[in-house]
Design a protein around this ligand. Structure first.
Ligand code: MN
Length: 156
């Protein structure tokens, strides 16, 4: 069964060949052909929607998508083997690395998360937030998930 969790997990797999027609052609993924998928509850708190997924074809390793968090929604703690770039497009959000302060982020802000750094990102308590997330895969993997961000850690 194609559950939202499986669809989301597929983001971490090297499935570029399935998206692109050929390595020799420009591949346009039409917005009208894309269905948003929900971030699965084991890796997210609150409502999170992913659209605009993209994946380069080998030898490229880049991939990602546009992730929208409702107010209060956030990722679980996690790391990326080769790091991650976030480009905020809408709303007001939050990002924090383990042991660091919560930082507020808004449209036009970009965030670099170094490889292996434990962190989370999401909306703010009063506002949703959308960011483009970009990461490269290492051995077919782009993320290692950990425990949820508690309400206390989130700063409720
Ligand atoms: Mn991340």
């Amino acid at each position: 069964m194609l559950t939202p969790a499986l669809i989301f997990a597929a983001m971490a797999l090297p499935f570029g060949a399935a998206l692109a027609q050929s390595n020799q052609e420009v591949a346009v993924q039409r917005a009208s052909a894309q269905k948003p998928t929900d971030g699965p509850a084991q890796n997210f708190t609150g409502k999170v929607s992913v659209t605009g997924r993209f994946q380069g074809t080998a030898p490229a390793r880049v991939g990602g998508g546009a992730v929208s968090f409702e107010a209060g929604a956030r990722t679980a703690w996690h790391t990326h083997p080769l790091g991650q770039t976030l480009i905020v497009t809408h709303g007001v959000g939050r990002v924090q690395h383990w042991g660091g302060e919560i930082q507020e982020i808004g449209p036009g802000d970009t965030v670099w998360i170094p490889p292996g750094v434990k962190h989370w990102h999401g909306g703010s308590p009063a506002s949703g937030m959308t960011h483009i997330a970009i990461s490269e895969s290492l051995d077919g993997k782009t993320v290692d998930w950990m425990e949820h961000v508690s309400d206390q850690q989130y700063g409720r």
